[in-house]
Design a protein around this ligand. Structure first.
Ligand SMILES: [Zn+2]
Length: 450
């Protein structure tokens, strides 16, 4: 019988002893070769403790005993037959999968393959947290959602897709923004949490909640052509996300996928790696990614691996944690709430931009400061390009006494360009609020939004 943590010894007690053993100088289990330990009967607490140290990735799946003991139906035997004939899965493993409860944070690019493969594999309970609605720009990679789902809540669209894949799976929807006030309650009933988030506040929040609740956190992230994945489980001796990245990057320094782009199949690859790690943990098979950061580059088609160790100074999973409850993650990540819309004297509207373009007599020139690739996707007729990335070499092409309106995609980069040019002595500058997106929404819908 595989270890379930329910062999007469409470899982919490096992964890406590496991930690006590490690703190007393036992070798770290991270990186240690996994041994399959099968023990039909547990004779003593010591035997169990040793076994926990030997197995590199034992999770305390609080198996739903009813589901674990229930035989598979004939339909289930047929559906999961390719699993059942794997010695590493078999009947017992498939019952473990059926009794597992996994929470997927995010129903986007990563959440799609994760949830779909876990549902197909027969994970009994699948929770989905997302508060977003499906946008047509999601469809290039978020396979949970189809064209007809645009505008629907992602959770509902995800539930319909997962039900179609496997009606045996119980899908639980959490159509809320995960925050410090609800995260512990939402995560608690699940055995494993998988991080399919796309922003730093939710990533740190997910990490911290998992550390506090002693739940494995299956991490993945993607950007452009690169991705990474790991398994964070400090309660099992591995590191957490904060051991790797104690501080978030300053806001605005790391572009999101919406700003920087992402190859559509990339979340498919990284999400499948996360789903694989989850099934391995549930089955207690193989060597988990705990203590290892897997790096993937799609352009080179290369995987690399970094060894990770738990940081004893880590503020949440270290030996002397400095905080023991969830914090304000927007504040931690330097995200200040949007102030009440105020008129910025440096900004003009897209209506002003249209006036300038329609009336050359006004003597105002409009310049697009986006990058060449974006200019190819969408542009306003008659507006020349001077990319922000080249502005410090090419600003001499402009006349410091000329009046310019600068526009970008949404109005952030044009303000940066404005500030730069002002430092170079340009006097008559305005930034177009909302950029070409606002232009498309308010002036000319033929200009595509991207
Ligand atoms: Zn840590």
């Amino acid at each position: 019988m595989p270890y379930t943590g329910s062999a007469g010894i409470p899982a919490g007690e096992l964890e406590r002893r496991h930690h006590a053993g490690r703190d007393a100088g036992a070798p770290r289990i991270a990186g240690q070769r996994r041994c399959h330990v099968v023990y039909p009967t547990v004779r003593s607490v010591n035997a169990v403790v040793n076994a926990v140290v030997l197995i590199s990735s034992p999770i305390q799946v609080r198996c739903d005993k009813y589901r674990l003991n229930m035989e598979l139906s004939n339909d289930e035997v047929r559906r999961y037959s390719r699993h059942l004939i794997l010695p590493e899965v078999g009947m017992a493993g498939q019952k473990r999968i059926r009794s597992a409860r996994v929470l997927c944070v995010g129903a986007g690019g990563l959440g799609s393959p994760i949830a779909m493969y876990l549902a197909a594999a027969g994970v009994g309970t699948l929770g989905i947290v997302d508060f977003d609605a499906v946008d047509s720009s999601n469809l290039q990679r978020q396979l949970l959602h189809g064209t007809e789902d645009v505008g629907r809540p992602k959770t509902e669209s995800a539930r319909d897709t997962l039900r179609r894949l496997n009606p045996n799976v119980e899908v639980i929807l959490h159509d809320v923004r995960l925050g410090r006030d609800n995260a512990l309650d939402i995560l608690s009933p699940y055995d494993i949490v998988v991080d399919g988030t796309d922003n730093f506040p939710t990533r740190y929040l997910t990490n911290d909640a998992c550390v506090l609740l002693k739940k494995p956190n299956i991490y993945g992230s993607i950007f452009r052509f690169e991705g990474q994945a790991s398994v964070f489980a400090p309660h099992l001796g591995g590191p957490c996300y904060r051991c790797l990245f104690p501080e978030p990057p300053p806001p605005g320094t790391v572009p999101s996928c919406a700003e920087g782009g992402v190859l559509g199949v990339l979340p498919g690859i990284i999400g499948c790696i996360q789903a694989t790690e989850i099934l391995k943990l549930v089955l207690q098979q193989g060597t988990s990614l705990m203590g290892r950061l897997l790096l993937f580059n799609a352009l080179d088609m290369k995987f690399r691996e970094l060894k990770l160790r738990r940081d004893p100074q880590c503020p949440i999973c270290g030996d002397h944690p400095t905080f023991k409850e969830l914090i304000d993650y927007d504040q931690f990540c330097g995200i200040v709430p949007e102030p009440e819309p105020m008129t910025n004297p440096d900004e003009v509207t897209v209506q002003d931009m249209k006036k300038a373009l329609d009336n050359p007599g006004l003597g105002i020139k409009v310049i697009d400061v986006r990058e060449a690739d974006e200019y190819e996707i969408a542009k306003v007729d008659g507006v020349p390009l001077l990319p922000l990335s080249q502005i410090n070499e090419r600003f001499t092409e402009l006349d410091p006494n000329q009046q310019y309106y600068l526009h970008c995609k949404a109005g952030v980069r044009s303000l940066k360009a404005l500030n730069f040019l002002r430092q170079q002595g340009f006097k008559y500058l305005k930034s177009v609020k909302g950029g070409i997106t606002a232009w498309s929404e308010e002036i000319d819908s033929k200009v595509p939004r991207y």
